[in-house]
Design a protein around this ligand. Structure first.
Ligand code: ZN
Ligand code: FE
Ligand code: FE
Ligand code: ZN
Length: 267
């Protein structure tokens, strides 16, 4: 079985298309199961300073949950209720409260902000020049590990998102990968293999194969996602993602139901 567990909706303000359109493409692609994982409201910002276009609003969250639940009755594709939640240190309590209020099947944890900098946003790309790229990677992976250890997430999103715009350090990244994977193991989280990187300057799946190899050695499980922000992109790059995980040694992916793992064979 192949699933797409990372699908956005227009509620986040930077994606297009109705939920039904995403479902229709999934059906056409022959996907048995998909999961919506739209951006959770930015719970770490004061209500009056919400950034527009980054995530759904607090008022939209119950509407989102409702819309996904309605789609679950539609078939034939099985639909899971997921969410992509930002990790910002110091706000774990707020996040926990928000996540507990809804019956999510899984929560994908993401680091999109480094000390308030939205580093994966094309419009903020000039700030890379202020960093030593190796130090930036260290800072990024420290946050990713902290996110995993928070215990709030089932899946760690696009684990090496920091490579998106192709700012790559000249040093060997394996030690960073190994340390991160060990923390993931301790935290009991699943690694997201996210095909969106293929569509950005780095032109590579998240995470890099070195990271995946380390994850496989540690016995970590993987999930699959396109990170579609438009209906046509449901399933995009998943053939490449499956080829990559198979080449790494994986024969199974992890799916979720009410935040419990359900392991499936890849076919
Ligand atoms: Zn997004
Ligand atoms: Fe993300
Ligand atoms: Fe996403
Ligand atoms: Zn994402």
């Amino acid at each position: 079985m192949i699933v797409d567990y990372h699908i956005h909706t227009k509620m986040c303000g930077h994606a297009t298309g109705e939920l039904e359109e995403y479902l229709a493409v999934a059906n056409r692609q022959g996907l048995e199961e998909i999961g919506f994982a739209d951006h959770l409201p930015l719970y770490f910002l004061p209500p009056d300073s919400m950034l527009a276009g980054y995530a759904m609003t607090k008022a939209d969250l119950p509407v989102y949950v409702d819309a996904v639940q309605r789609l679950q009755k539609k078939g034939p594709v099985r639909v899971k209720l997921g969410v992509e939640a930002d990790y910002v240190p110091g706000f774990e309590g707020e996040l926990e409260k928000l996540l507990k209020a809804y019956p999510f099947d899984y929560v994908i944890g993401s680091v999109h902000f480094i000390d308030g900098w939205s580093f994966d946003n094309q419009e903020e790309i000039d700030r890379y020049s202020q960093w030593d790229i190796w130090e930036l990677y260290e800072r990024y992976f420290t946050l990713v590990r902290q996110a995993a250890m928070s215990g709030l997430f089932d899946i760690m999103a696009h684990p090496d998102l920091i490579k998106k715009f192709n700012y790559l350090p000249s040093r060997d990244l394996m030690p960073l990968y190994e340390d991160t994977v060990q923390v993931f193991k301790k935290a009991g989280v699943c690694v997201e293999v996210n095909a969106a990187g293929l569509r950005y300057p780095v032109r590579e799946i998240y995470p890099a194969q070195g990271f995946l190899k380390a994850a496989f050695r540690q016995g970590l499980t993987v999930s699959l996602g396109s990170d579609a922000h438009q209906p046509e992109l449901v399933g995009a790059g998943l053939a490449e993602a499956v080829a990559l995980i198979k080449a790494t040694g994986y024969s199974e992916i992890t799916t979720f139901e009410h935040r419990n793992r359900v392991v499936k064979n890849i076919y």
